[in-house]
Design a protein around this ligand. Structure first.
Ligand SMILES: CC(C)(COP(=O)(O)OP(=O)(O)OC[C@H]1O[C@@H](n2cnc3c(N)ncnc32)[C@H](O)[C@@H]1OP(=O)(O)O)[C@@H](O)C(=O)NCCC(=O)NCCS
Length: 357
């Protein structure tokens, strides 16, 4: 195997050749998961790397194939700069298919474990999906355990049941609740309420075995993420339900899409405050959003969603709407020192000819 040098990637000031090599690596790995996906353009890869929120600690390394303009592997660690879940760090390791099973993933993991230790993070968190089994084998091998499993599903907009969409939007006492939309940025007068809605969804959705605590997104953080999202061209609609008498928001849902892939809409964030559950508001939100997409975005072909298998309420609504399972995702966790112990054990098997810096 060629020599591979592991170097940190400067997200903001990489060379054009580095952005291009990064886009190629990302495309190669994504192809396995989504064989129909179009290649990631250099422009999109650069926009992603240059638009991480300021409040995010994120570092990337690449395994540069010596004497070529190509990367064989990539490793990333990230966490929010806040006071919550300060024990945890997210990570990702990727090796391009032609270079797998030669110890490159392990080499990259060593760099990421070093970073976790430097930052005092004792728990490392990573995600895989069922379309790419190597990731799961790798994580099991390094001692990771399953934290939460999610179902990916897709709603084909050509197949929606229009009478159900109508039914779910009618029959509410209009004097109690009103449904509305925010397109693009959240309105200033409601940003605090959006932060509460976001916290509610994030912290009342199941976390299963993940060793993570509740976390909070401030209005400033939401604005930062929103700015980054808009800079990459992604657009968003938010549907909300508000209690007319109190002005309190009862729930919300969001969809996102990028003009580069206008046929694909992603839905996330759906949540109804516990005191408003059981009244059909979740169904109303989901139906109103689908209704609007069909009417106003004819280029959209499908809506995709991911939900914990343990989230019975959300799965039921999605199943009734016609979402069909198309993938499974798992979030894994491993203590940093457990991953380090795996690396120490594996040191003997080091690949000859591999150079790292
Ligand atoms: C997961 C991935 C990074 C592994 O990269 P790699 O360079 O092949 O990994 P290594 O050769 O260093 O393997 C490390 C260990 O995992 C094991 N392993 C890796 N892939 C495996 C597979 N498909 N089946 C069984 N074991 C596997 C190796 O045998 C090795 O164990 P050892 O220490 O006993 O020798 C690569 O398959 C990949 O990029 N997958 C897509 C991205 C992904 O899912 N990442 C995981 C989330 S972090």
């Amino acid at each position: 195997m060629s020599n591979i040098s592991i170097l940190e990637l400067d997200h903001n000031n990489a060379t054009d050749a580095e952005y291009e090599a990064f886009a190629t690596l990302s495309s190669q790995v994504r192809l396995e998961e989504s064989p129909d996906a179009s290649p990631i353009t250099v422009k999109d890869a650069k926009a992603e790397l240059q638009n991480f929120p300021e409040s995010l600690f994120i570092k990337s390394w690449v395994g540069w194939i010596d004497d070529t303009p190509r990367f064989a592997s990539n490793g990333v660690v990230w966490f929010d700069h806040d006071d919550e879940n300060t024990h945890a760090i997210n990570f990702l390791v990727r090796t391009i298919p032609a270079y797998r099973r030669q110890g490159l993933g392990r080499k990259m993991l060593q760099v990421l474990v070093n970073s976790a230790r430097e930052n005092g993070r004792t728990l490392m968190i990573a995600s895989t999906n069922a379309r790419e089994t190597a990731g799961e084998e790798f994580l099991k091998r390094i001692g990771a355990e399953r934290g939460i499993e999610k179902r990916g599903s897709e709603l084909s907009l050509a197949d929606i049941d229009t009478s159900l969409i109508e039914r779910w939007q009618s029959g509410f006492d209009d004097s109690e609740f009103a449904l509305g939309f925010w397109d693009g940025t959240y309105p200033d007068e409601h940003i605090e309420a959006v932060a509460e809605l976001t916290d509610m969804t994030n912290n009342t959705a199941p976390r299963d075995n993940l060793s993570l605590n509740d976390f909070h997104k401030s209005p400033a953080r939401l604005r930062e993420e929103e700015g980054d999202m808009l800079r990459t061209g992604t657009q968003r609609w938010t549907a909300y339900i508000v209690n007319r008498e109190t002005g309190r928001f009862a729930g919300f849902t969001q969809v996102l899409w990028n003009p580069n892939a206008p046929d694909m809409v992603v839905q996330d964030g759906t949540g109804v405050f516990p005191q408003f559950r059981g009244k059909g508001l979740g169904r109303w939100l989901k139906a109103a959003m689908v209704d609007r997409i069909v009417r106003e975005r004819p280029e959209a072909k499908s809506v995709s969603s991911s939900n914990a298998y343990s989230n019975a309420a959300m799965l039921r609504i999605n199943d009734e709407l016609g979402f069909k399972p198309n993938n499974s995702m798992c979030t894994w966790q491993v203590e940093t020192e457990k991953a380090a112990a795996y690396l120490a054990e594996s040191e003997q098997q080091d690949t000859p000819g591999l150079l790292t810096e």
